[in-house]
Design a protein around this ligand. Structure first.
Ligand code: HEC
Length: 164
């Protein structure tokens, strides 16, 4: 019996020691976890930075859905003219200028996103993840709202479709 009591008290002490050690163990585990998640967050940011654009993102603005048919050459010509007068102050085709090179933009952004970026850039660069990333990439110089109508923005989109 005495032996049993000794064993039990030893076990009790041992369990106290283990539980204290256990606490420390938990703390360091928590810290490790925190470090781990921080690293993951920066990883996600890096991925976002590399890849702006996402064809399933429609952006934020008046344009909810665009149906594309065969390229309409009249619209292309009108879009090109509007682009020349309203956009070339910041965009040059084939190279980065104040704004991005827009050749091939229809391959990386959805038609809705492009039109919303033209019609609603202020809200887009505040709330849309792709537009926000672009604003950072372009050192905070914002895309200007040129007060186009939806029809004009649609014509510019048609022009963009012809630029590979
Ligand atoms: C005052 C300069 C300025 C003007 C004018 C301007 N933009 Fe921009 N645009 C930018 C900048 C800068 C960006 C990058 C995002 C940002 O910094 O806000 C951009 C981004 C864009 C994007 C997204 C490009 C991408 O890579 O996804 C499109 C599309 C676009 N502009 C179209 C137009 C069109 C069409 C017009 C004319 C109606 C126009 N922009 C006029 C400066 C301008």
């Amino acid at each position: 019996m005495k032996h049993l009591i000794k064993i039990f008290s030893l076990l009790f002490i041992a369990s106290l020691i283990i539980s204290c050690g256990g606490d420390d163990g938990k703390k360091s585990k928590k810290e490790k976890f925190k470090i781990g998640t921080k690293k993951e967050i920066t990883k996600v940011k890096e991925v976002k930075k590399e890849k702006t654009g996402n064809l399933s993102n429609k952006g934020i603005g008046p344009v909810k859905s665009v149906t594309l048919g065969d390229i309409d050459n009249n619209m292309v010509e009108e879009g090109k003219a509007i682009f020349k007068s309203k956009c070339t102050a910041c965009h040059k085709m084939g190279k980065r200028f104040i704004g991005p090179d827009l050749t091939g933009v229809t391959k990386k952004q959805s038609p809705e996103w492009i039109m919303n970026m033209i019609l609603n850039p202020d809200e887009m660069v505040k709330k849309d993840p792709d537009a926000k990333a672009l604003l950072i990439e372009y050192n905070g110089s914002p895309m200007a709202n040129q007060s186009l109508t939806e029809e004009e923005a649609r014509k510019i989109l048609e022009y963009f479709r012809t630029l590979e």
